[in-house]
Design a protein around this ligand. Structure first.
Ligand code: AMP
Length: 394
């Protein structure tokens, strides 16, 4: 059975086609600069990369080109062979606790939830509608970034603010990166061969979040009402004292929108290092002993370590700690700093294994005598979407 896994952004559309249930990738690619000058798409198939620069007016045109290519490239003879399309949807509010088959009711609910994710949910919807039109025979499934965190209990998802903010305006912790936390925690549970276990997942990418997972259910996560909360990120501040906002507004005369943009796009590693939001650029400067690059790493590691320690306590101990996403999968330097700081809990890094674990490799990076094993697990949100979609068809 063939399944498509789709991630539609405001001007992009990523896709991956799978043969299920064996999860073989048939083809993958991305449409970029949709609706803008210089639009193009790239497709990878059988180790070959195809790039075409063509006008892509909107998502519907992108999906039309995609379906034509699927037939031209012999991935399918007839589009009816694609039995399911799984869509990444950023916000499911507290309505969707799992992935769901899309019908009119789901479409309007995703739209109603748009104020909670104004940049993402509308773009996700446009993608869904384009596929509903182009492949009407396929079952369309929405896989929410927030759903995995819906098992978090009230005493951890509520903020200590007037109750009306929650009941009237939906202000609560939602958490994000759910498909990644779900994939990684399931994978580690398989590696440990334990269904009932406590796992801390560190998704450290350009955006980053950490979650505490007990017996496959998330009990806490670092992102909150928005993806701005929690650990220090590439260009997002993570947790700050909210009083800084009115203070800086008064001092600088900046509007709330300007401050929001600064906290989202000009803070985090970028602001502290004054180099880049990309860890590779900052790490290159660390080797030159650049003070700000070193300082940015310390701020980042401090925030990661403090949440791991918090979740270790919340879970009552951990069976595994995992690192995933761009930084977690590829930076032995960051992992070493984090694990060395956790030596007081009995964690012992295997330095050689840690150096080797990068570029898509999966494995353990702690010594056999470490109190908690730590793993690098390359995340795979696309396959998680394909699995969830397949589950409705099987
Ligand atoms: P993601 O958001 O998961 O795609 O992660 C992207 C981020 O991973 C980039 O912005 C880099 O900061 C980081 N990254 C990717 N490769 C490396 C590497 N080899 N060493 C350090 N950081 C990396």
């Amino acid at each position: 059975m063939k399944i498509l896994s789709v991630n539609a952004g405001s001007s992009s559309l990523k896709f991956q086609a799978y043969e299920m249930p064996n999860e073989t990738i048939l083809v993958k690619g991305v449409f970029e600069r949709i609706g803008l000058e210089g639009s193009f798409y790239t497709i990878k198939i059988n180790g070959e990369k195809i790039k075409k620069e063509v006008p892509i007016k909107n998502h519907e045109v992108a999906v039309q080109i995609l379906t034509e290519e699927l037939v031209n490239l012999d991935v399918v003879k007839d589009l009816k062979e694609i039995e399911g399309v799984g869509h990444r949807v950023v916000h499911g509010g507290d309505i969707y606790k799992d992935s769901v088959v899309i019908d009119d009711n789901v479409l309007s609910t995703i739209e109603e939830l748009s104020p909670l994710a104004p940049l993402h949910n509308p773009a996700n919807l446009v993608g869904i509608q384009a596929f509903m039109k182009q492949i009407p025979s396929a079952v369309q499934v929405a896989c929410f970034d927030t759903a995995f965190h819906q098992t978090i209990e009230e005493d951890r998802y509520l903020y200590a603010v007037p109750n009306e903010w929650y009941t009237k305006y939906g202000v609560r912790k939602y958490g994000f990166h759910g498909m990644s936390h779900k994939y990684v925690s399931h994978r580690v549970s398989d590696l440990l061969d334990k269904k009932y276990c406590n796992i801390i997942v560190c998704h450290l990418g350009n955006g980053g979040s950490i979650s505490a997972v007990r017996d496959g259910r998330c009990i806490d996560t670092t992102m909150g009402f928005t993806p701005n909360a929690g650990i220090v990120m590439g260009s997002r501040s993570g947790d700050i004292d909210y009083s800084i906002i009115p203070y800086i507004m008064k001092k600088t005369g900046k509007s709330i929108e300007e401050i929001d943009t600064i906290l989202n796009k000009q803070s985090g590693m970028l602001a502290v290092s004054e180099i880049s939001s990309d860890f590779r650029d900052i790490e290159a400067k660390i080797s030159e002993r650049d003070h700000k690059a070193i300082l940015a790493h310390y701020l980042f590691v401090n925030s990661v370590v403090s949440y791991i320690a918090k979740y270790y306590v919340e879970l009552g101990g951990a069976d595994a700690i995992c690192f995933t996403a761009g930084v977690g999968e590829n930076s032995p330097h960051v992992r070493r700093m984090v694990i060395d700081r956790l030596a007081c809990l009995g964690l012992k890094l295997d330095r050689k294994q840690n150096e080797e674990m990068r570029l898509g490799k999966e494995g353990m990076i702690t010594r056999e005598d470490s109190s908690v094993p730590c793993f690098v697990i390359p995340t795979d949100e696309e396959v998680m979407i394909a699995r969830d979609t397949y589950s409705f068809l099987n």
